[in-house]
Design a protein around this ligand. Structure first.
Ligand code: ADP
Ligand code: MG
Length: 309
């Protein structure tokens, strides 16, 4: 396969259900050796995007190309074998054992059963392999689902909310497995509604809100581009507050006073000088606190549609 072919290429894709634009004009590429996280709140369009990539639903407009082929072409059946997919809700037959389940999926994919033991080792389910799936915990089912997606070592991994319901240790193990596949050259697209757990674990995050891609970049790049303001909390007597409101009118808004505490918005790059100015003024403060924007706020500000990067 030529180097220039993008593993996943989504161009101006729209998917509407009546008046709802589940996916609204999205452009997104994932290359070999890349792990991209699709982040967004419930209803943002993440699962729809996976269905579009798999050819389970067709775009209303725009084009999708997977390993150079479009999902609605007959040749795509061959491409589909290169895709490992973990759906949002994994439904397994509870009466089958884990091993029987993977046997079923390997036959479905026309793959060798020899890899099954290795897959159980990878997802750390060796001891439970011959137990019925009905006895598995949520996390174990999720790991069995991951093993299913890894059958045949696919070039593309699509994982829809793979870590929801996993405890922190399983989550870590999960990202380690994905990272190994990525280093081997797989293109990984995974979705999550939590941005915080993705820090340092993915190359890029693509943030979806109301079907639109509102950001696409590394978490650090998003943080600095957004330049969310810090907040400076000040405690003072009403007389001193009055002084503050006149001397620092640029930063001050009467609505910022809550229970006698003033909260001043301040761009990150002006924080130090503002604090200096406040401290060298003749206003007497009873307390000062600087509140930095959190990753959750970055996410909230993006998904509320206030910003677009
Ligand atoms: P997410 O996976 O990010 O939670 P979805 O892709 O499941 O979001 O859904 C995006 C939007 O599209 C939601 O408003 C959802 O109700 C709507 N939607 C998804 N599938 C259908 C469908 N088959 N028919 C009608 N609306 C749908
Ligand atoms: Mg979903």
């Amino acid at each position: 396969m030529s180097e220039t072919i993008k593993h996943i290429e989504i161009k101006s894709v729209v998917k509407s259900y009546g008046k709802i634009h589940a996916v609204n004009n999205v452009d997104l590429n994932v290359l070999a050796g890349e792990c991209v996280a699709l982040v967004g709140p419930n209803g943002a369009g993440k699962s729809t995007l996976f269905k579009l990539i798999l050819g389970l639903v067709r775009p209303t407009s725009g084009t999708i190309s997977i390993l150079g082929q479009q999902p609605d072409q007959p040749v795509f059946d061959r491409i589909r074998k290169s895709i490992g997919f973990l759906p949002e809700q994994v439904l397994f037959q509870g009466s089958l054992t884990g091993r029987e389940t993977l046997q079923f999926y390997t036959s479905l994919k026309g793959e060798s059963k020899d890899q099954i033991d290795g897959l159980f080792q990878t997802v750390e389910l060796v001891e439970a392999a011959d137990r019925r799936v009905s006895t598995y915990s949520k996390g174990m089912r999720q790991r069995l689902g991951l093993a299913q997606a890894l059958i045949g070592n696919p070039e593309i991994l699509l994982l829809d909310e793979p870590t929801s319901g996993l405890d922190p240790a399983s989550r870590l193990n999960f990202y380690e497995i994905i990272e190994k596949r990525r280093v081997q050259g797989a293109a990984v697209l995974l979705s999550s509604h939590a941005l915080t757990e993705l820090e340092a674990r993915t190359n890029r995050v693509a943030v979806l809100a109301h079907g639109k891609l509102v950001a696409n970049g590394s978490i650090n790049a998003l943080k600095s581009k957004l330049a969310l303001s810090s907040k400076i909390k000040l405690k003072a007597t009403p007389t001193q507050m009055k002084l503050l409101s006149t001397k620092f009118a640029d930063h001050f808004d009467i609505n910022h006073i809550v229970n006698g505490v003033a909260v001043l918005d301040c761009p990150e790059n002006q924080k130090v000088s503002l604090v200096k100015d406040l401290m060298s003024s003749d206003i007497k403060f009873d307390g000062i606190e600087i509140i930095e924007p959190t990753l959750e706020q970055v996410f909230a500000s993006l998904t509320k549609g206030e910003k677009r990067l």
